[in-house]
Design a protein around this ligand. Structure first.
Ligand SMILES: C[S@@+](CC[C@H](N)C(=O)[O-])C[C@H]1O[C@@H](n2cnc3c(N)ncnc32)[C@H](O)[C@@H]1O
Length: 403
């Protein structure tokens, strides 16, 4: 059994929660940092439990979270808007979405074959991915965003944690370029979908930006893009993937298929990751108060390699990444898989269950499996009692080199 990533970073995230609360409390009082030992001057109204919100605070934050949730996921009116400059929404972002993005970042960074050293976090907001990179071992991290307020909070968080974080203004739409330098990893968390609007041409402009950023990677580096696991934002990411792959770039993960993304063939399909996690208590409290579900960690993500770096050879044999949830029905277990040959349904009947194929009944979205003895069926491939099923990489784990 492997250790899920979530247990690797849960303790790190738990350490961030009191810092997020402290920085939020101080920021809404307009208090500044200074004085002895760089501690916050706690003003009146800033008191409260270090690791929880008071009922009044909870109501305030939940209201901001509802506004953000509606504006960023359902109606999307806030996508690209300057919500980070509104103290109420910035607070809601900090206490609710920050921990989610941090966890998503740790999940995705956990798939890198090596610890990143120099990291640039673009569209950082108050820095969840920047700090996720730091906690994943990065020694030199720069956060860049167009929101001065968000960057100021990122700096306050760094000070609260005793970490060094560089911050820079960046706005590719407004002509402010990314900081100079070469990086092992560049992260872009939930920002691409906010750039260049939604009209035709937006994907091409984002692809051009992404390709220019790929130039800023050191050899062996990775550009890691996270996007919300919504149909439209996921499909836009897949379109961007196809555009960039079409220009000769390789996907480091999660794709095993090198052609155009098969999830784009049907307008109702998209591709996203889902990982189990235990949200910090504050996030659970806010989710409950705002009537939002956050039991699983869902995201769409894409890790790209610099120009001229080849795709990794997939593991040998018949391998697939599971790209659906479990689709049980009528005495059989089914999933959608996506492998070097493309996307295909995989099914195994209960009556053909054996010790050697037992793993098929316990797969998760994101797992990479090797199967044998498949037969073509109308709706995909059927496994049988002679089939063997082995997980070669559990969801969130890097796929080992060809073996
Ligand atoms: C949803 S937040 C994501 C924050 C953080 N990366 C995360 O994953 O939680 C989107 C960020 O993109 C930034 N952003 C939006 N448009 C931008 C632009 N044109 N230039 C730079 N940053 C922009 C916003 O200020 C905001 O901080």
């Amino acid at each position: 059994m492997h250790t899920p990533q979530s247990t690797v970073y849960a303790r790190d995230l738990a350490r961030w929660m009191p810092r997020l609360i402290a920085v939020w409390r101080a920021s809404r009082q307009g208090a500044g940092r200074g004085g002895r030992g760089g501690q916050w001057h706690r003003g009146p109204g800033e008191e409260g439990p270090a690791d929880r919100l008071t009922p009044q605070e909870l109501r305030e934050v939940a209201s901001g979270v509802r506004t953000l949730s509606l504006g960023l996921t359902r109606e999307r009116k806030l996508a690209g808007a300057r919500y980070m400059d509104d103290p109420k929404l910035l607070g809601a972002y900090l206490l609710f979405y920050w921990p989610v993005s941090y966890a998503q970042g740790r999940e995705a960074l956990g798939e890198l074959p090596e610890r990143p050293r120099e990291v640039l976090d673009l569209g950082s907001g108050p820095g969840p991915l920047a700090f996720a990179a730091m906690d994943a071992g990065a020694s030199n991290v720069t956060a860049a965003d167009r929101s001065k307020q968000a960057l100021a909070l990122a700096r306050e968080l760094a000070a609260e944690a005793g970490e060094a974080l560089a911050t820079r203004e960046w706005d590719p739409v407004g002509g402010k370029p990314a900081p100079e330098g070469k990086y092992d990893v560049i992260t872009m968390g939930h920002v691409l979908n906010e750039l260049y609007g939604t009209g035709p041409g937006a994907v091409q402009k984002r692809a051009a930006l992404v390709e220019s950023l790929l130039e800023r990677l050191k050899p062996g580096g990775t550009l890691l893009i996270l996007e919300p696991a919504l149909r439209d934002t996921s499909r836009a990411l897949l379109e961007l993937r196809d555009a960039v792959v079409g220009h000769g770039y390789a996907v480091r993960f999660p794709c095993l298929y090198r052609g155009n993304c098969p999830a784009l063939l049907k307008a109702s399909d998209w591709c996203h990751a889902e990982r189990p996690w235990s949200p910090p208590r504050v996030v659970e409290d806010i989710a409950r108060a705002a009537s939002i579900h956050k039991e699983e960690l869902k995201m769409s993500y894409l890790a790209l390699a610099p120009k001229a770096e080849a795709w990794r050879e997939p593991p040998t044999g018949q391998v697939y990444r599971i790209v659906s949830e479990s689709l049980e029905g009528k005495g059989r277990q089914r999933y959608m898989g996506c492998g070097p040959e493309g996307r295909v349904g995989l099914a195994l009947q209960e009556k053909h269950r054996t010790q050697a194929n037992e793993a098929f009944f316990h797969l998760h979205r994101g797992d990479v499996v090797r199967v044998t003895e498949t037969e073509e069926r109308g709706d995909g491939l059927a496994l049988n009692e002679r089939s063997e099923v082995r997980v070669v990489a559990a969801a969130g784990r890097g796929v080992p080199p060809a073996s």
